[in-house]
Design a protein around this ligand. Structure first.
Ligand code: NDP
Ligand code: CA
Length: 323
């Protein structure tokens, strides 16, 4: 059976006495493109059977349905139109997909089309205000990486939330490119989330729209692009740091795989959130090394080489604002 993952309280968060707004559940997951898993990745300790799409897709959907996120951010989606879009739509989600301009999936024989990022939100909780499909650039030049940014309006609270999903350039040696892509994404997000003061004199200025950025950044916390995100003027914090006792340390891994070149155990995936506007209520625990097992990821139990990340966030009270 699939190992159980607990929803835990984050560290350093005072347990509030009043009830917060109903939390918004956010899931981030690089689900492993089917064409890459079968045709490019060479996960030498993963049995080929475990990569069979007709079975693997149910493991991915089972994981999503176990936690029923309100917002779902995926990377390496190469089965959007034939699988995730129709299934998620039937479950009450609205989806958006953006393919990579030159997806490496297209090099694989019998591929199912390009992979890309997908963003789903629950239609009963949000209405859509705006969508931006971005091709990330670096030093003014377009790159092969993309992002989807959507501004949503929360029905219960009337508050807006901006959500972004991205997948930065992979592999070592490309740290500078990732950093430049991150800078480009941050610049776009500043433009999208900053709202000038309302023209109505009886309304307080709206300020910036609270932001959540989910992604496979392909970067350890020691990399420049991580520093850029944690120190940007947008006031972002990485949610999974709150799993650690001091609230300052990222998990030891979000991806763990064995290729012919060796074993790679690394923290690459993040959920960034505006810490002044949002608070984290719950985090889905990271499986232990024993739960992951000696052959690492993917496996019969875990359908991707990346772990899903999941957190509940809620809007902080805003005493200075008169709705
Ligand atoms: P990336 O380097 O970002 O990697 C693409 C994918 O490969 C990612 O999903 C990544 O997964 C996975 N990956 C990472 N490391 C390995 C590995 N060691 N073995 C197998 N897969 C791995 O690629 P780009 O987006 O920059 O695209 C590069 C590819 O795109 C080229 O190989 C080419 O096929 C194609 N291309 C074609 C062009 C054309 O003109 N036809 C132009 C440009 C690109 P993860 O993020 O999980 O690590
Ligand atoms: Ca991959």
């Amino acid at each position: 059976a699939r190992p159980h993952r607990a929803l835990v309280l984050p560290s350093g968060v005072a347990h509030c006495h009043h009830k917060p707004n109903p939390p918004i559940r956010i899931m981030q997951w690089n689900i492993l493109a089917q064409a890459l898993g079968e045709g490019k990745d060479s996960f030498v300790r993963c049995p080929l059977d475990a990569l069979n799409w007709q079975e693997r897709k149910y493991l991915i959907l089972e994981e999503i349905l176990t936690y029923r996120p309100d917002i779902l951010c995926l990377q390496e989606v190469d089965h959007y139109h034939d699988t995730f879009q129709p299934i998620m739509a039937s479950l009450g989600y609205q989806g958006s997909f953006l393919a990579k301009p030159w997806s490496p999936c297209l090099d694989v024989e019998q591929n199912n089309g390009p992979d890309g990022c997908a963003l789903f939100y629950r239609r009963s909780r949000f209405s859509l205000q705006a969508t931006a499909h971005l091709r990330l650039s670096a030093m003014m030049l377009p790159t092969n990486q993309v992002a989807i940014v959507q501004t949503l309006k929360c029905q219960e609270t009337g508050r807006r939330l901006c959500v972004a999903v991205t997948h930065l350039k992979a592999r070592s040696g490309w740290e500078k490119l990732r950093s430049a892509q991150g800078a480009n994404l941050l610049q776009s997000l500043r433009g999208i989330t900053f709202q000038c003061g309302s023209s109505r004199h009886d309304e307080a200025p709206l300020g910036a729209v609270p932001l959540v950025v989910c992604g496979d950044f392909n970067a350890e916390p020691s990399e420049d692009v991580y520093r850029r995100f944690s120190s940007s003027a947008l006031g972002l914090n990485s949610a999974y740091k709150l799993l650690s006792a001091n609230g300052e340390t990222e998990p030891a891994y979000t991806s763990w795989k064995i290729r012919p070149s060796g074993e790679s155990c690394s923290t690459l995936d993040y959920i960034w959130y505006s810490h002044e506007a949002l608070s984290v209520q719950r985090l889905l625990d990271i499986p232990t090394e024993e739960q992951i097992g000696p052959d690492r990821l993917p496996s019969y139990h875990y359908p991707s080489d990346h772990l899903s990340l999941l957190c509940d966030v809620s809007f902080r009270e805003q005493p200075h604002r008169l709705m």
